[in-house]
Design a binder for this molecule. Structure first.
Ligand code: ADP
Ligand code: GLC
Length: 485
C-alpha cells in the first residue's frame, strides 16, 4: 500500500505564490508523487486556486467549523504536475481580492486566525474518523509554517487522529501569535494554553502549537535546523526547539527542474546550457534592452529578485551600490516590501539611468529573465531558512553572492583558491555580514568576472551541473514519513 500523505499549505505554485513556500509546496508533492507516495495537497479556496485547478468536483461538506457554519470540500488537479488538491471552499473566508495573507493595501486580514485555524482544523478532521472523505485517509499530515500549526494540536487534542503529523519550518520569523480569546473561539481546549502547549508569552501561537504537538519537525536546510536552536535565529522558540533537538531534521530544498531550467525556460528569448552558454549573452542583451539599461556585454550585471525585508539584508547593498555603478557595474532589481527600502532603490535608479533598473512588484517572467540575464545574483540575507533564488542562480550560471547563513551556507561554496583548485566553487560567500563585507565579496566576484574568464566559466559550470532537483531530498522526506508510521 502506498503511503498516504495530506500536504497542508497556505500557498502552492502555480496556483498562488508569495514566496519560496509556494515553490516548495508545488514541487515537493510532485517529487513525492513520483516516488510513489499517494499525496494530496490541502489548500484554502482562494479565487486563484478555484480558477486554475482542473476537474474540480465536490467531495463533501464539513459542518460546525470554528466561526463558519460549513465549508465545502472540492477535489481538483494541478494541470502541470497532475498532483491532486483538496480545496476548502468558503466564500466568507477565502474568496476576496488581495493576497493570501493581506488585503490589496498590504494590511493583514483581521480574521487570519479563523482563516488558518479552519485550514488546520480541516486537516485534522480529514485525518480523523469523522472525515467526510471515506475512501482516502492519510497516514501522515505534513504541515508547513504557522498557517498550519494548529493542525497537530487539533489532531492530538480534539480529533484524536491516528495519523502522524510533521511540521516543516520554512521561517521562524512568522509565528501567527494572537490574543488568548482565540483559544476558545477556535475550539481548542483551554488546558493547552500553557507552556506545555500552544501558549507563548500570553498569546496563542500557531507555530508553537505545531512545534509542540507535531510528531516530527523538519527545517528546509540542515544549517537552519541547528541555527534555530539558538537565540539569534529561534525568535524566542529556541528553548522548545532545543528540547526537541533529536527530532528535528534539516532537509535542503530542491528546485522544480521543469520550471527553473535554462535549457527550456519559456520566459527566455534564447535557451542555453552548461555546454553552450552563448544564449546567456543574448538573454543578457535582451534584459538590458527591456529594462532600459545600456546594452553592454562587458558590464557586470548584478541581479536581485527578492522580498524587500530586513531578513533579506539588501539594505547592506545600499551604501556601496553607487561605487559599484561608478566602477562600471549595472544593477537590476525586482522586488517589493518595506516602502523605505523600495524608495532607496528607486532613488538610485533615478540617479543612474541606463545603469540601474528597479522594478517594484511581483513579476514571474521577469524573475526568470533576471535570473538568466544577470552575471551574478546578490542575496546577503541575515537569515535564510533555505532560499531558492541562490539555487536558481546556480542552475542558470549566475553565481550567487551570499551571506553564510542557513540554506545559503549549505548550498553555496565560496570561490576561494582551495575550492577553485578542487573545482567545487560555485559562488561567493561573505566573510562578514555587513555593508563592507558584502562590498568586499561583490568586488571579489567582479574582479574574477572581468579578469579571469576561465575560472568564471568553471564556477558557472560547476553550479549548472549540480543536481539541484528534489530527487535526493524527497527521499529524505519519505524516510521521515516511514520512520513515523
Ligand atoms: P522567500 O520565500 O523567503 O521570499 P526564497 O528564495 O525561498 O525566499 O523564494 C522566493 C521565491 O519568490 C522565488 O521563487 C523568487 O523568484 C520569488 N520572488 C520573490 N520576489 C519576487 C517578485 N518580486 N517577483 C517574482 N517572483 C518573486
Ligand atoms: C521561506 C524562507 C526561505 C525558504 C522558503 C521555502 O520563505 O524564507 O528561505 O527557501 O521558505 O522553504
Amino acid at each position: 500500500m502506498p503511503m498516504k500523505v495530506l500536504f497542508v499549505s497556505s500557498e502552492v505554485f502555480p496556483l498562488i505564490k508569495t514566496g519560496g513556500l509556494a515553490d516548495v509546496s508545488g514541487s515537493l508533492p510532485n517529487a513525492l508523487q513520483r516516488l510513489g507516495v499517494d499525496i494530496r495537497i490541502l489548500i484554502p479556496g482562494y479565487p486563484a486556486v478555484l480558477n486554475q485547478l482542473a476537474d474540480l468536483k465536490s467531495i463533501g461538506t464539513l459542518h460546525h467549523l470554528p466561526h463558519i457554519d460549513h465549508a465545502e470540500l472540492l477535489l481538483g488537479i494541478i494541470k502541470e504536475t497532475k498532483v491532486k488538491v483538496i480545496v476548502i471552499k468558503s466564500a466568507a473566508l477565502y474568496e476576496r481580492n488581495g493576497g493570501p495573507y493581506a488585503d490589496p493595501n498590504g494590511l493583514e486580514w483581521q480574521d487570519n486566525p479563523v482563516r488558518f485555524g479552519v485550514l488546520s482544523k480541516v486537516a485534522s478532521i480529514l485525518a480523523s474518523e469523522h472525515s467526510p472523505i471515506t475512501d482516502w485517509h492519510p497516514d501522515i499530515v505534513h504541515c508547513n509554517d504557522w498557517q498550519t500549526g494548529l493542525a497537530p494540536a487539533y489532531m492530538k487534542l480534539t480529533e484524536h487522529s491516528r495519523a502522524k503529523s510533521i511540521i516543516s519550518l520554512h521561517n521562524m520569523a512568522f509565528q501567527g501569535s494572537y490574543a488568548p480569546h482565540w483559544v476558545v473561539s477556535l475550539g481548542l481546549p483551554s488546558a493547552g494554553f500553557s507552556i506545555e502547549g500552544f501558549e507563548y508569552h500570553g498569546q496563542l501561537s500557531f507555530l508553537k502549537a505545531g512545534i509542540f504537538y507535531a510528531d516530527a519537525i523538519t527545517t528546509v536546510s540542515p544549517r537552519y535546523a541547528v541555527e534555530i536552536q539558538t537565540a539569534a535565529f529561534g525568535f524566542g522558540l529556541e528553548g522548545l526547539l532545543s528540547q526537541r533537538s533529536d527530532e528535528i531534521k534539516g532537509i535542503l530544498n530542491g528546485i522544480e527542474t521543469e520550471e527553473w531550467n535554462p535549457e527550456h525556460d519559456k520566459y527566455l528569448i534564447k535557451n542555453y546550457s552548461s555546454q553552450n552558454l552563448a544564449g546567456k549573452q543574448e538573454v543578457k542583451a535582451a534584459l538590458q534592452q527591456s529594462l532600459g539599461l545600456n546594452v553592454d556585454a562587458a558590464a557586470p550585471l548584478l541581479g536581485v529578485v527578492s522580498r524587500l525585508t530586513h531578513q533579506k539584508g539588501l539594505d547592506m547593498l545600499v551604501p556601496h551600490l553607487q561605487t559599484l555603478i561608478d566602477q562600471g557595474c549595472q544593477f537590476a532589481l525586482l522586488g517589493g516590501g518595506e516602502m523605505g527600502l523600495e524608495a532607496l532603490f528607486q532613488n538610485i535608479a533615478i540617479q543612474n539611468p541606463g545603469r540601474v533598473s528597479v522594478t517594484i512588484g511581483y513579476n514571474e517572467p521577469l524573475s526568470h529573465q533576471i535570473m538568466a540575464g544577470c552575471d551574478m545574483f546578490i542575496m546577503p540575507s541575515r537569515f535564510e531558512p533555505c532560499g531558492l533564488n541562490q539555487l536558481y542562480g546556480l542552475a542558470y550560471g549566475t553565481p550567487p553572492i551570499v551571506n553564510a547563513t542557513g540554506g545559503l551556507a549549505d548550498s553555496v561554496i565560496d570561490s576561494n583558491n582551495a575550492h577553485i583548485a578542487n573545482k567545487t566553487a560555485n559562488g561567493f560567500v561573505m566573510v562578514e555580514a555587513s555593508a563592507d563585507g558584502l562590498m568586499a565579496c561583490i568586488r571579489r566576484a567582479v574582479e574574477m568576472y572581468r579578469n579571469n574568464k576561465d575560472t568564471w566559466l568553471q564556477i558557472q559550470k560547476t553550479g549548472m551541473s549540480q543536481n539541484l532537483s528534489w530527487d535526493k531530498s524527497a527521499q529524505e522526506y519519505l524516510a521521515v514519513y516511514e520512520g513515523l508510521v
